[in-house]
Write a protein that binds this ligand. Structure first.
Ligand code: GUN
Length: 287
């Protein structure tokens, strides 16, 4: 291994401490406690773990956590009713609806019903538009976490070639917008891209968010490049369940200059950025 391991766990801890300090100050100076409502519909085991961790970390940094666990058969109208109540509740500053939602619910309808000022996921169409036009927006947590790690490691990103593998609304597209805002030359590549290998090899920075275990190996990576692995995949290996990223860590670490591990890389940054976004939403609400 020649690459520096980018420690997302340690960096996320500093972000959470910063948030906790601001939360304590808001309470003592203004008597306000930021509140985050998390809505989970159904019983997807991975989503349940994420939601539990979000609630725990929200409380640990001094914010109020409101958890709404709804039956998988909840109707779209019932969910919209809950969103309306959370929008109107002054103790709720941030609202997150855990994805994926059951198939009978139209996700975009739900996401666009959230008050954009409380949209701490940054998925409401008006926040997507604000980010895309370089205006002040709520920024999706996972790409924001990746950007913070990149800035921390590189300093300025100006002029670097960044390749984003994956074009999801949650990670790929907002990631590309953020890198563009930091003056990178950005390529979004995906399963239909031609000559993916030479695209990846052109990158000073590669962000991989495709949801396929260990799909990117070291032989495609330009020596010294920075590799950010957004994937979290559960696989069976040697009779054991193991968490791996979208990047084959050992081969990539022999080629890259720096790389995020899985676990302990991007994952902890996502929740830390959610807490930071909730604090931001609370401060903006206060005026
Ligand atoms: N499911 C996977 N990632 C996310 C995320 O960042 N936000 C929400 N709401 N659901 C998710």
């Amino acid at each position: 291994m020649v690459a520096t391991k980018i420690d997302g766990r340690a960096f996320a801890e500093t972000v959470r401490q910063d948030v906790a300090r601001h939360v304590a100050q808001l309470r003592s100076d203004h008597g306000v406690t930021p509140g985050l409502a998390v809505v989970l519909v159904g019983e997807d085991p991975a989503s349940e773990v994420y939601v539990r961790n979000k609630g725990k970390q929200t409380r640990e940094c001094g914010m109020a956590s409101f958890e709404h666990k709804l039956d998988a058969a909840t109707s779209e109208a019932e969910l919209l009713g809950l969103i309306d109540r959370l929008n109107a509740d002054p103790s709720v500053h941030g609202i997150l609806v855990q994805l994926p939602l059951p198939l009978h619910i139209e996700s975009n309808k739900i996401l666009n019903a959230i008050d954009p000022a409380k949209d701490v996921d940054g998925f409401h169409i008006s926040n997507v538009g604000l980010l895309g036009t370089g205006q002040k927006a709520m920024v999706p947590c996972t790409p924001l976490g990746c950007l913070m790690l990149l800035r921390h490691h590189h300093g300025k990103l100006d002029g670097l070639n960044a390749v984003v593998l994956g074009r999801s609304n949650i990670v790929g597209k907002p990631m590309a917008q953020l890198l563009l805002r930091d003056n990178c030359t950005v390529t979004i590549a995906h399963s239909h891209s031609r000559d993916l290998e030479s695209i990846v090899r052109s990158a000073d920075i590669v962000i991989v968010a495709v949801g396929r275990p260990e799909i990117l190996t070291g032989d495609w990576i330009r020596p010294g490049a920075t590799v950010i692995d957004v994937g979290i995949n559960r696989i069976e290996r040697d009779g054991k369940t193991k968490l791996v990223g979208d990047v084959h860590f050992d081969s990539a670490a022999d080629m890259a200059g720096a790389i995020t591990p899985v676990p302990g890389g991007v994952g902890p940054m996502t929740i830390a950025c959610l807490l930071a976004n909730t604090l931001t939403a609370c401060c903006r609400a206060k005026g």
